[in-house]
Design a protein around this ligand. Structure first.
Ligand code: NAD
Length: 274
């Protein structure tokens, strides 16, 4: 397989906490495909996670801390990245999600609204802030590509996903709305990838996650897509091979989203033989 889909391209990757993170795999694959990258995460995640190990593996790339809810931090991130690269940026991965309501086990019908605001700010509005900052600084090259990760709970109800479902709906809406304006102005494309449930720190925060992964596996004709496969899809979206794809929510889920029921699941409801 060709290993140079991103040769000469420069990107910023948000959200690599540890080696389970989807962003970790995206960083590794981007570098394997010839990209130069800058890694970023919230300052607290730098202390809790192992991002510096990833930077060492990625040709000692810089790590610039940024709380994705802070416009000031995001501005410093883009300015620092452009200084490091000596020019503009070609791709950005937004791989950020966090809900204090889900973390603290608040039921969807009994949300703490301060927490809800944090959920929306961290998990969705941070994409708007990232795009708006990049646009104001004219930081992205024409035909640049921004990908944010999402989940099908934006379209269908998954009871334990809580207020993250609302955040993902907003994230996908920002993708369309900003994607329009950024496309017209600079031919920058903005898309979300809707990923299968994947075992990561954020994923495991959802109640009943192991059972849910098994359900999703048996409902997907190809099985659940793993983090590495998600990373490969992100690489194609950053590459020039997909340059007319924008404002889309792209399902990367082994067919789950278009399956009404699978024979595997239905067989579990068959009456027991007497
Ligand atoms: N794991 C799954 O099942 C799954 C499925 C579909 C979509 N996703 C999405 O993929 C993305 C990445 O999640 P993951 O599963 O790799 O888990 P993860 O826990 O490894 O990544 C989440 C990241 O968000 C970062 N983050 C949280 N608050 C932040 C802030 N204020 N500023 C900057 N960064 C902040 C965390 O530090 C962490 O690196 C999320 O958007 C998640 O919703 C995950």
């Amino acid at each position: 397989m060709a290993q140079d889909l991103l040769k000469g391209k420069k990107g910023i990757i948000f959200g690599a906490l540890n080696d389970m993170s989807i962003a970790w795999k995206v960083a590794e694959q981007a570098v394997a495909h010839g990209a130069e990258i800058v890694l970023t995460n919230a300052p607290i995640a730098m202390r809790m996670g192992t991002i510096n190990e990833l930077a060492a593996k990625c040709n000692n790339c810089p790590v610039i801390p940024a709380d994705a809810t802070s416009e000031e931090d995001i501005q410093k991130l883009f300015e620092g990245s452009m200084e490091h690269f000596g020019g503009k940026i070609d791709f950005v991965l937004h791989s950020i999600g966090m809900s204090p309501n889900v973390r603290k086990g608040r039921h969807y019908t009994d949300l703490n609204y301060k927490f809800l605001q944090t959920t929306l700010d961290v998990s969705a509005i941070s994409l708007h802030k990232t795009l708006a900052t990049a646009k104001k600084l004219d930081a992205l090259n024409d035909w640049g590509s921004v990908v944010a990760l999402t989940y099908i709970a934006a379209q269908r109800t998954f009871p334990d996903y809580g207020d993250m479902a609302d955040a993902k709906s907003l994230l996908e809406s920002i993708t369309r709305s900003f994607g329009y304006h950024y496309g017209v102005a600079n031919k920058v494309r903005v898309n979300t990838i809707s990923q299968s449930p994947t075992i990561t720190t954020a994923g495991s925060g959802v109640k009943g996650f192991d059972e849910f992964i098994a359900y999703s596996e048996s409902m997907s004709p190809l099985g659940n897509a793993d983090a590495l496969a998600c990373a490969d899809y992100c690489i194609t979206m950053f590459s020039d091979l997909t340059r007319y794809v924008t404002m889309q929510n792209l399902f990367h889920d082994g067919g789950f989203s278009n399956t009404g029921v699978s024979m595997d699941v239905i067989s579990k409801f068959a009456p027991e033989e007497k």
